[in-house]
Ligand binder design. Structure first.
Ligand SMILES: [Zn+2]
Length: 275
């Protein structure tokens, strides 16, 4: 997820407590709070019209029935080349199945290091493995977005246990949609479980910005991108930029765009039940 400005209640961040076992840095969480509190000018205005709509989600037409949700990645699935490059919409790797991770070795740690590198270089605060062309269940984030500041979070094989009923609107960006920002409504908080970089399992409650970043990256692990969660009205405001990305993909690859914003499949409204 790219940096985005928010109207979220800053106080909600203080309710967010991270366990130490999946943090790469031992910095106290309080170290990230002043960054948010000291930048009140960063609030964006809300699109009230958008709030009237339910959250639509594009049906995942690309997912074939042959995939199993618990399919474990093979070593070949975790191959990567450094430095990593960000995969941009409409690259089909953003829609591919992401396999579960079963091996917690040095290769996985190296991949995590490289993901943080490219995330900081591209001014991101969160990044999922499919966004660097590695289709596995892995995400990293740091809500501060600065190396050496805040908390670096690594989540392997994450699952959502429960979403809050309350939803909030937030102006999101995505490294796979460079320069595009738009309002997306999502649950305010949620309970998740995941494994850390060593394979240890844990459960945690997330709220505020970490909950927002998590949900954006978690969608990537399901082959869902943020335009799927926007209302038609919001998509309309970024239609030309999306079409420009489709054109860029065709020019660079010599292949037709695998999806087109103008011909999106019928949307289905879904709730935020268990994942
Ligand atoms: Zn993204």
């Amino acid at each position: 997820m790219a940096r985005a400005y928010t109207w979220l209640q800053l106080s909600s961040l203080s309710q967010f407590i991270l366990p130490r076992n999946y943090l790469r840095f031992a910095n106290p969480l309080s170290s990230i709070l002043p960054n948010f509190v000291s930048s009140p000018a960063s609030y964006s205005s809300l699109s009230k019209r958008s709030m009237r709509h339910l959250i639509p989600v594009l049906a995942q037409a690309k997912r074939g029935p042959s995939f199993k949700d618990n399919e474990v990645a093979l070593p070949a699935d975790l191959q990567f080349e450094a430095p990593l490059k960000i995969v941009e919409y409409p690259d089909p790797r953003l829609r591919a199945k992401n396999k579960r991770i079963g091996k917690f070795d040095d290769n996985l740690k190296n991949l995590v290091d490289e993901m943080f590198d490219v995330m900081y270089k591209t001014d991101g605060i969160g990044l999922s493995a499919p966004q660097v062309g590695v289709n596995i269940q892995l995400m990293v984030f740091n809500p501060v977005g600065e190396r050496g500041e805040g908390e670096e979070v690594v989540l392997v094989n994450p699952r959502v246990i429960k979403y809050s009923k309350k939803t909030v609107l937030f102006n999101e960006g995505c490294l796979s949609f460079p320069g595009i920002y738009a309002d997306v409504q999502r649950p305010e908080s949620l309970k998740i479980d995941a494994q850390d970089i060593t394979g240890s399992k844990f459960t945690i409650d997330l709220s505020g910005l970490p909950a927002r970043v998590f949900q954006h990256e978690f969608d990537h692990l399901k082959g869902i991108v943020f335009i799927d969660r926007m209302t038609e009205e919001v998509v309309e405001t970024i239609r030309e930029e999306l079409q420009a990305l489709e054109k860029k993909y065709e020019t660079e690859t010599g292949r037709p765009s695998p999806e087109r914003i103008g011909t999106r499949k019928k949307k289905v409204a879904v709730g935020f039940g268990k994942s």
